[in-house]
Design a protein around this ligand. Sequence first.
Ligand code: PGA
Length: 261
Amino acid sequence: MKKSYTFIANWKMYFDFNESMNYATKNLDSIISLADLSNASIILCPSFPMLYPLTQIFRQTKVQIGAQNCSDHTKGPFTGQVCAKTLNQMGCKSCIIGHSEIRRYKSETDEMISKKFEMLLDDGISPILCIGESELDYKNGKTLEVINEQLKRVIEIVSYSAKKFNGLPIYIAYEPEWCIGSGKTPSNDKLETIFAWINAQTQKHHSISNWQFLYGGSVDVENAVRIGQISYINGFLIGKMSTNFELFEKIVKSTILGNNN
Ligand code: PGA
């Protein structure tokens, strides 16, 4: 059976408001056509202020809009934060949580991330949970130990409340910190082992959830086909390369075709 893939564009803070709108309007028809491909789903993740205009632009298309983060609170005196319910009301379908740039710069803990995970599910939004080890942990052979710590709480959450959100995709994005923006990617052998392990963890509780496993970290036109063929990988979280539409489009098309030509 042909694999289906989800391509998530993590625009980080590469674009200001006008640049985001220009990207969307200039490439509108092509973005919609990509999302219409039978085995590709497209999710664009801009900064907060662009979420609502983009959900409006892509209303009634298959292009989905996701957020880059959310609050770990539902309401109250939390200046500068945005709750999951607001994301839902704006038309967001998914939200990145646990990105290493937020873990690092905003001291986000696994406990906070698991609260966000649960709140997103309660509001009908698919979490895109990022996990991944540092270069030092990778060199010391601690990858599985680190990602186990990052994964175990959310797997518990899903195991005790899976029925509540039956069918909602839950994305796990394995993004080794040392691969983000560095041009480096893990070898096929490493990725095969890691994704088989992630799959085994999520199946432990016989949950009925729709888990989707993504790879992120320096995905580009050269490596997407190779990585896309690894067992259990059915999508990518793409940073820098997603900000150039021609390259993003090439990554999508070559991955689903299984070749670069
Ligand atoms: P990159 O970023 O593709 O620029 O390496 C990926 C990410 O941080 O999600």
